[in-house]
Design a protein around this ligand. Sequence first.
Ligand code: GAP
Length: 510
Amino acid sequence: MAESKSNELMEKIVSLCKRKGFIFQSSEIYGGINGFWDYGPLGAELKKNIRDQWWNDMIRQRDDVVGIESSIIMHPKVWEASGHVGGFTDPMVDCKESKQRFRADQIFFAAVIVDGQTVGYVSALESERIAEELQEKAETLKRKRAIQGKLEPVQPKDFTEATDEQVPLVPSPATGEPGSLTPPRGFNMMLETNVGALRDASSVAYLRPETAQGMFVDFKAIVDTGRVKIPFGIAQIGKSFRNEITPRNFTFRSREFEQMEMEYFISDEDDWQKWHRYWIDWCRNWLLGVGIPASLLSEHDHPKEKLAFYSKGTTDIMFQFPFGVQELWGVAARGDYDLSQHAKFSGVPLVYFDEAAKRRYVPHVIEPAVGIDRIALAILCSAYCEDQAPDDKGKLESRVVLKLHPRIAPIKVGVFPLLKNKPELVKKAQAVRDLLRPYMTVFYDEAGAIGRRYRRQDEAGTPFCVTIDFDTLGEKPEFLDTVTLRERDTMQQSRVRIDELVQLLSPKIR
Ligand code: GAP
């Protein structure tokens, strides 16, 4: 029940995104391409606002972080040094019957045990209620086979934990029958291309799977500019590419996505835990600042046994998506692994010289890494609301509203003449539009009843609407050159002087 409600909510969000021009399937007229998305006019503005806000807060407002833009395709050795060529794999499983492909850690299975005897296996794809689903399937299996006795509670495991004996006995989630799943095998997620005129092994290059390596590879060049002193960070925003086995949950797991990453270099003698905590708190506060409610955020510390050998600790900031609590922003303490690896593979020492202490060392790093598409999705999911609003005749009707933070909203103000067939109203409304445009994104709309125009802006998440009516033109002289300003969330309207609009709205959208 709870799951079907979440699916319903997700379907509504996906449909709103398409209807309003936030997000479309890429190459839709050709049937789409799985794991790739296009952002329409509203989505592109939303992403730009997220990007600008992060760049401003992370780089421009700080003395200790500089921004770069490194290339997407880098020397192939970069990815050998970083460990991506050898180890950037996900465990993949094929269903030989249905020809579907799964990530092994997303297939869950359990032995069906009756009176201490294993009588079969059940499986299902990862979901919020995986244990209940497997238990229900176990009960069905027992009933269908008319097995008498006491069914034990199921113990779900993911398919990477299946033994060689269990693999052929676990039903495929695609067919419900055992015998068609292959054992899990490593699948490298880097997308390959060729650079130059020859297409052979020597021309293979990769589309970067993360932006982070650009910061490590450029470390020396940036230290040599003399602008930075430890502790300092190097940050960038850019596209990354991963050949995900099962892209899913709308834009959550895509094959092309955009990251905002920062590498914060600290002394090898510094307290890494202090900096790790500092950056977790910074990221969390940043999310609150773009309107994500604290109630939907949580933290997950990666268990020690699942960390890479070089990693000192990783904490993910998690978000309650309609499809479950999932990673939004990872903050990793990576020690000196990356700089040491690049020094080893390139032969160029990547060290920092501390002038005061007259000491040379390889800095350690704390890395907050997040995907813009994931933040945009979290923002859209937390902003989606349905409530009641009066129509033009005062009758209550249901309304869909995106309660986006004004700072992030794609359009800040809708400007409407009350009637489109009154040239004097239209002229005045266009003058108001032109007055506001240098300071904020404005959408001018004269089509349809005023209530419908408000409703369209509510769905786009526009926090303010301004209507030019006959009072603006001086029908009531005391209201000459004033407009109605309507607030999206409260739907309250107030009368405001046109020459005060910029001053009034500017601080609210910043
Ligand atoms: N440099 C570290 C790194 O890339 P990651 O946890 O693999 O770490 C960081 O990725 C962030 O990038 C994630 O927390 C997520 O927000 C985003 N991300 C990763 N894979 C993604 C995908 N396939 N689609 C969308 N966003 C993704």
